[in-house]
Design a protein around this ligand. Structure first.
Ligand code: BDP
Length: 691
């Protein structure tokens, strides 16, 4: 049990349950023989055999106790309506077919069938009833993509699970089995696209040899309903073919992109399109030629349009020469461009306005660009949340953003409704997750990090699912459906993200991580070239108080939100305490709702975070008899690391803030183990994931 099988372990189900599963999967009946249908049948056979010890028969006509896979193309008279299921959805129904009980899995397409069989396998694996099924499911969001920040040299930016799974060197000739397992895992949670290379892109990824390599991957992923996309470097025409400029309005530049796009589509006929990081953190872009993001996006959009492709243009921008609050800059740049983008462009916006912090208020562009389809960008890889060793389940973080109410069109204008297109009537809809996948046997750097990949996919399919329900499914499939295990593991997962917020950046603090690799605490850093790279820029602690004033008296970032929200955020008393210091600079003796001072409350939260991790260690220890030794030991070791590091975060932060406010610790709180200089001296320049 090294974690390679992810949530597709298909562990032996035990006598009674095995018999039950067998009875519902005596045979797999299907007429189609596409590669997709073949994968669906194979998956079922492998799973049912592994869970029950009995291989189901393969038939073309449905027979008693069979799983009947039917599309209008393969089986004309399907006794269930397929309306509203679209090209990817499915229906699962227990039916009586000519006097025989069978389970029908029906869809408009073979891809829908594949999604349907994975749903049925989820039921089988989690111990759910397989009788009386009447399920209909279709994705709420059209494009459900992973973004790989994988470099052509095999490293992964912000990757904590080893090198890239793309073996660029040996592609396209050698296509290892991992690519298929990757596709299976993604198809099982409904992911339908993957951007292969880092947003900090190299021009070479668009050269002929790399197009051939991408095409080889696209061929493997196609039967699983997964399209390939590429990140592009804006100056590729100059770097690859010696053009004098990359000005998007120069006809030669447009012609180059058109020809390049045609070349890609010849190799990959269903190529998805381009992802662009432009004029951001040193990347070139249209602004270098006094053009706008829309000028750039639209030029590319024209090139892919005829082929049905799209452009995903990232809104993650902040300029080195802009003295204004970094949190405001994306809005200031993009809001005026609303309505100016071509209809096959999506603007891809991170969940928060800074950068994937343990907690951020939602990005103010959500709700502000009603004429442009906005794509959500979450980070599945935990750059700022403990990377591979900390157990911090991201389901609650994703949900917090999806459920956030923008009030853009009055109460109930949630972000989920913006990105699924329903609020503003967009048909092009999407969500992206920065992948946490690498060559490690367990794919994600830890067993529990697999849950974040899983949760992302499930929420992309249906943002209304609860983080807890997803954690339950994942735990049942990854470990076992035994309630003695599920209940404590899920409880542990559900509070884990809040615990990280507590021990790293409580009460709305943000970006206090060490330089470059963003791992441990370094709230003291103040000497980096750009002000907004320094933690002191974010916490603004001084003898009198702490926090970033984003109200009228400060940067007025709150004015970027809908009036109903801005009003609430204008006053610390009506600002959620979880976001307090994000929006306000407050005196150390400010009274929290609990009655304690801000300083005492801060210290208590650090302590609460550390205590939560100790609690997870106890819970995990109690589960020793229920978990296989290999995976038990990994989590046990990682929790010990997490506990040590939570304590480090707490102590370093307290030592630093105390050096500024000179306040005593609240009654009963332990003094940090070392003095501030000890924490400042800790460095680890070779941390992974940072180039
Ligand atoms: C930040 C990362 C950096 C990425 C950047 C981005 O630190 O490595 O390149 O975001 O999203 O989170 O472009």
């Amino acid at each position: 049990e090294d974690g390679y099988d992810l949530w597709l372990r298909y562990a032996p189900a035990g006598q009674a349950r095995g018999t039950d599963i067998s009875a519902h999967a005596r045979a797999i009946s299907a007429q189609g023989d596409s590669a997709t249908m073949a994968s669906a049948k194979q998956e079922l056979q492998r799973a049912v055999t592994s869970m029950t010890g009995h291989a189901p028969a393969l038939t073309t006509e449905p027979t008693a106790g069979s799983l009947w896979l039917a599309t209008p193309g393969s089986a004309p008279a399907i006794p269930v309506s397929l309306k509203g299921l679209g090209a990817e959805g499915y229906a699962i129904r227990s039916i009586d077919h000519a006097g025989q009980p069978i389970t029908l899995i029906a869809a408009n397409s073979d891809i829908g069938i594949l999604h349907g069989i994975f749903h049925w396998l989820r039921l089988a694996q989690t111990g759910a009833s397989l009788d009386g099924l009447d399920i209909r499911s279709a994705p709420r969001i059209g494009l459900r993509l992973l973004n790989h920040w994988d470099n052509l040299d095999g490293t992964v930016e912000r990757g904590y699970a080893g090198q890239s799974i793309w073996d660029w060197w040996r592609l396209p000739d050698y296509k290892g089995p991992r690519y298929t397992d990757y596709a299976r895992a993604n198809a099982s949670i409904g992911i339908n696209g993957t951007v292969l290379n880092n947003v900090n892109a190299k021009a070479e990824s668009l050269s002929a040899p790399y197009i051939a390599k991408a095409a080889a991957l696209a061929d493997i992923f196609r039967p699983y309903g997964i399209k390939v996309y590429l990140s592009v470097k804006w100056t590729a025409p100059m770097e690859l073919d010696g053009l004098k400029t990359a000005d998007p309005l120069d006809p030669k530049v447009a012609a180059w992109w058109k020809a390049k796009t045609d070349e890609i589509y010849r190799a990959i006929p269903d190529f998805g399109g381009f992802l662009v990081k432009a004029n951001s953190e040193g990347q070139p872009g249209p602004q270098d030629y006094q053009r706008t993001h829309a000028d750039g996006a639209n030029m590319l959009a024209a090139a892919v349009k005829l082929h049905g492709g799209i452009v995903m243009w990232r809104a993650f921008v902040y300029a080195h020469d802009n003295p204004d609050d970094r949190a405001k800059q994306a809005y200031d740049d993009f809001k005026p461009l609303d309505g100016k983008f071509a209809d096959n462009v999506m603007v891809q916006v991170k969940n928060g306005a800074i950068d994937f912090q343990p907690r951020e208020p939602f990005h103010p562009l959500f709700g502000a660009m009603t004429k442009t389809p906005l794509m959500m960008e979450f980070q599945i890889t935990k750059e700022y949340l403990g990377q591979s060793t900390h157990l911090t389940y991201l389901g609650p973080l994703f949900k917090e953003t999806l459920d956030a109410d923008t009030y853009a069109k009055g109460k109930g204008s949630t972000i989920a409704k913006i990105i699924d297109g329903s609020l503003d009537g967009h048909r092009l809809t999407g969500i992206a997750g920065v992948a946490n996948i690498g060559i490690d046997r367990d794919w994600s750097g830890s067993i529990f990090n697999q849950a974040d990949w899983y949760a992302f996919g499930r929420l992309a399919w249906n943002p209304d699912l609860s983080a807890e329900a997803i954690a339950r499914e994942w735990t049942a499939m990854t470990f076992s459906p035994d309630p003695r295990l599920i209940d404590p593991v899920v409880a542990m997962m559900m509070g884990s993200r809040e615990a990280a917020v507590d021990y790293m950046t409580p009460l709305g603090l943000a970006h206090l991580m060490a330089t470059g690799h963003h791992y441990g605490p370094a709230p003291w850093v103040s000497e980096l070239a750009r002000p907004e790279w320094n933690p002191v820029y974010y916490h603004k602690a001084d003898a009198d108080g702490i926090g970033f004033d984003r109200t009228k008296s400060g940067s007025n970032a709150i004015s970027q939100y809908a009036p109903a929200i801005a009003r609430r955020l204008a006053d610390p008393a009506t600002t959620p305490e979880s976001e307090l210091l994000w929006f306000h600079h407050l005196p150390w003796d400010y009274r929290l709702k609990s009655g304690e001072t801000l300083w005492d409350g801060l210290v208590h939260r650090y302590d609460r975070g550390v205590a939560y991790v100790a609690g997870m260690q106890r819970t995990w220890e109690s589960l020793r008899p229920l978990v296989d030794p290999e995976r038990f030991a990994q989590t046990e070791a990682f929790l010990a690391i997490q506990h040590r590091e939570a304590q480090w975060w707490r102590d370093a932060s307290i030592a630093y803030f105390q050096s500024i406010n000179h306040l005593p610790l609240p009654e009963g709180a332990q003094a940090p183990a070392h003095d501030l200089n000890w924490y400042k001296a800790r460095s680890f320049p070779y941390a992974p994931g940072h180039n």
